[in-house]
Design a protein around this ligand. Sequence first.
Ligand code: SF4
Length: 411
Amino acid sequence: MGFRARGFVLAGDDEPADLIVVNTCAVTAEATRKSRQWLRRVHRANPLARLVVSGCLASLEAADLARESGVDLVVENRDKDRLVEIAAAALELPIMPELAIVGSANPLFARGRQRAFVKVQDGCRHACTFCVTTLARGSERSRPLPEIVEAIRRLAASGVREALLTGVHLGGYSDATGADLGALVRAVLRETDIPRVRLGSLEPWDLPPGFWGLFADPRLMPHLHLPMQSGSDAVLRRMARRCKSAEFARLAEQGRAAVPGLNLTTDIIVGFPGETAPEWQETLAFVAAMGFGQVHCFSYSPRAGTRAASLPGQVDADTKRRRVLELQALAQRLQQQAFAAQVGRQTAVLREGQPRAGQPGDLFGYTPNYLPVRIDAHPAAAPVGAVMEVRIRGIDPDGAALRGYLSEPAG
Ligand code: SF4
């Protein structure tokens, strides 16, 4: 999480990483041997990556480990809380501010054996005034369509159940043959047997022609994260965003008419320079009217090199804090409405590897439209990656997830 907060993005399952952190164990001689073996394997598979080692073995045998081939840095357990900071300083890592990851789906979705991230595109041609992506990631490039299809075939063969297509500017996907995102999704659905395909964050003005028709295939999951950033057209203009609030409303209406159960989620930047009280009220009204299933709030902070950093009317910290709380309360209400609409329904839930924080012992997964569900069943009832038929019986008392039970044996 510390790396993510600094704008780092998790590498896709089939792409090389720039930095790898290995947490070692030394509880037994066997664990020590395996940790060392794992380190060598990681280095062989990623010879160009910077390798950071931490954990118990790193504490017991720091000097020895530092001499291991490929190890760039050893962080002992006592410094583990500061691992990100230490690695950033020692390895002179480029620290990208958190908004560098606007446009990336990685912070939104859980990954694991059940779900693979497939990066199809990088860079962005746009120049939203708050965003450092263009500065940090350069111009757009898209991975060839056949290469992506092949990668997903391999993932499906290895047991992955869901491919999440990601890109900094996913809607800008266009390979050398001119295939756009629509063509890519169609090819993945036609030429692979991956059970589920999901789209990462998409700029709302970038949906390809015939987009809603893609969802006629039930393997394309009915959830879209469309980062709107504000509901005020004046703020959107200052942000140099390309979608006005009324255009978004039309889009949401079309999507919901075309795709049953479509869950729309979004990002909102709170306290953008010059955001007046009436403009903020416009954003709140917009978010409420759109009925987002989830809202990620970012409190605006100026990023060096961006145009927004030098805009007049920077909003003070107290106002931003108050607005974030208001938006979070609204988002919470909307999420409960989205949950309530599911109660009594039967739905297919993909078993995740990790239970949602604070609820160990439950079976946990997401519905096709990416709502979290805790299931009354022992974790052994279904393996990670199983798609389970679940009857939703209510909302968990903490309000953080739906509650359901297995209505058919897991498959
Ligand atoms: S569209 Fe705007 S916010 Fe999204 S990645 Fe491009 S510049 Fe950044």
